[in-house]
Design a binder for this molecule. Sequence first.
Ligand code: PHE
Length: 343
Amino acid sequence: MENKIALLKAKIEESVAKAGDSETIEGLRVAFLGKKGEITELLRDLKSVSGEQKKEMGMKINLLKQNAEEKIKARIEEIKNAELQKKIDEAPAYDVTLPCDFKGEGSYHPITLVEREVEDIFRSMGFTVEDYPEVTDDYNCFEALNIPKHHPARDMQDTYYLDNGQLLKTHTSAAQNSIMRKYGAPLRAIFPSRCFRNEATDACHENTFFQMEGMMIDTDISISNLIYFMKTMLSEVFKQDVSVRLRPGFFPFVEPGFELDISCLICGGKGCPSCKNSGWLELCPCGMIHPNVLKAGGIDTDKYTGFAFGLGLTRLAMMRYGIKDIRDLNSGNLKVLSQFVNE
Ligand code: PHE
């Protein structure tokens, strides 16, 4: 039997080394290690060996089996790599400097276009543009904004939670605290971002949308500053003089809080189906930053006040380009998305 083992070992080594493709090596695996394979046969033959010898031979066959398994596994890996390399070598050479066949031109997403336009306008008024993560935590999204746990205001902003306790931010206000801590007062910043809410979708609601938050903190900031900045920005975006009005609105992180409406651009304020015959369109919740929020951000409330607004960037893009269904924006449908250009 000892002889048989030695012979089989040599045979395995030789044939495995010679195997040159996946099929052959798989065939060898079955021939040696399969149910009816030669090593399995040997183990079966052990029955006829007696006493001490049986133990010794058993050990030797097991060693042979282990050895064969390792050798075959390593060879399979080598063959796989060689086959892949061959495919790569045989693939037609790809020259990245060749002109491309694609006849059309790429285009920016309508939200990107509007976002850049608004950014330019605010930059020209001394605001910095900030970028904050879409994944944040309960503190930044709610607590630091004067929305304690179990506050009913949380109902309006249900979101998606991660296993680690973090969440997808429901509004760009989630970056207010970090920005206050980063710059202190005085500060002027805008921070656009994608936001998420656990919502059923229809033509006007999406679970994923864009906002642009703005914050200005300084001595003597009042609601008239807020109105001025919003009116200037909107008149630039719509390339016409836009009238605005403020209505009271409740958000725990501003006091007083408002809904800022703009005169309907479709009917010029006379009333039409788009503005539900009111002549006004709701566009931008805003208000004077609540002292609790300033304090949480490390700002001295005896010295500074500030305003914040949460511009609906998605809604602005829809108004600017006359897009009727919000779902088109996330559709990835190039027929829809490639129509928009920045005039
Ligand atoms: N974060 C609020 C929302 O998404 C909007 C808002 C921003 C209101 C800033 C006031 C001030 O609903």
